[in-house]
Design a binder for this molecule. Structure first.
Ligand code: DHB
Ligand code: MG
Length: 221
C-alpha cells in the first residue's frame, strides 16, 4: 500500500504516543463493517480532542454528529465519573452502531445519543433551558455549520471550548465561486465567527491519515 509522508508520520506518532486500545479498534472495525462513511477523526485527533476536554475540566460535553461514536469514546473518557456527554445523530443506523461501540467501551452511563436532525434537537435544548456545556464538538453535516455555531454559543458559558471539524477540506473553502453547500457552510461559519464578539478563536490546519483538513477552535471569553 502506498502511503504519504503525513500518513507515515501519523503511524509513527500513533505507535509512540497512543497505547493500543481494544475498544477504539473495535469501534473503528464495527463502523467499517456496518458501512459507515470513513469520516471519524483519526486516533491522534481523538487524543487531541480528549486533551482539550480535560484541559477545560469538562463535565458536560456536547457533540453534534455522532456517526459511529469514535470521537464520542475519546471525549467521554475525558469526563469525571458523574459527567455527561450528549451526542446528536440524525441516522438511526449510525446511532445503533455508536450505542454498541459505547456499550463495549463501558461508557454507556456517561453518554446520551439523541436521534434527530441536530438543528431541531438544538432548538429544543435551547428552548427548554438545558444547562450549558463546557466543551462542544461540531462535526455533522457541514452545510448546517452556521446554525450549529449559533446554537453552540447559546449553549455555552464563559470558558466553553467550541471545536469545529473539517474547516479546510483540502483547501476547498478558498473557492469563493463554489456551489458545494458543504463548502458554503464552512465559509458561512467563518463569516459568523468573524462577527462573533466575546470569543477568542483560531484555526489549525491538520495533515495525516485524514488528509489535509483542520479545526476551528473558539473559547467563549
Ligand atoms: C466529511 C465529514 C467529516 O466529518 C470528516 O471528518 C471528513 C469528511 C465529509 O462530509 O466529506
Ligand atoms: Mg469530521
Amino acid at each position: 500500500k502506498n502511503t504519504s509522508l503525513p500518513e507515515d508520520l501519523d503511524a509513527y506518532f500513533e505507535s509512540h504516543l497512543l497505547p493500543s486500545d481494544a475498544a477504539l479498534e473495535a469501534a473503528d472495525h464495527r463502523s467499517q463493517q456496518a458501512g459507515l462513511v470513513p469520516h471519524a477523526v483519526s486516533p491522534l485527533q481523538g487524543a487531541f480532542l480528549q486533551i482539550l476536554a480535560k484541559a477545560v475540566s469538562a463535565r458536560r460535553i456536547l457533540e453534534i454528529g455522532t456517526l459511529g461514536g469514535y470521537s464520542t469514546i475519546w471525549l467521554a473518557r475525558a469526563l469525571p465519573a458523574d459527567g455527561t456527554l450528549v451526542s446528536l445523530e440524525i441516522s438511526q443506523a449510525n446511532r445503533a452502531v455508536a450505542l454498541q461501540n459505547i456499550l463495549d467501551a463501558g461508557l454507556s452511563h456517561l453518554v446520551d445519543i439523541r436521534l434527530g436532525a441536530a438543528a431541531d434537537l438544538l432548538q429544543a435544548m435551547i428552548a427548554s433551558g438545558e444547562p450549558s456545556y463546557d466543551f462542544i464538538f461540531i462535526d455533522a453535516d457541514k452545510r448546517s455549520n452556521p446554525i450549529y455555531w449559533e446554537s453552540a454559543l447559546k449553549l455555552s458559558h464563559k470558558g466553553t471550548l467550541i471545536i469545529v471539524d473539517n474547516v479546510v477540506r483540502n483547501g476547498a473553502i478558498l473557492d469563493d465561486k463554489t456551489t458545494d453547500p458543504d463548502v458554503i457552510g464552512v465559509q458561512d461559519l467563518l463569516d459568523l465567527m468573524s462577527k462573533s464578539t466575546g470569543i477568542t478563536a483560531t484555526a489549525l490546519q491538520t495533515v495525516g491519515s485524514k488528509g489535509h483538513d483542520g479545526f476551528a477552535i473558539a473559547m467563549v471569553d
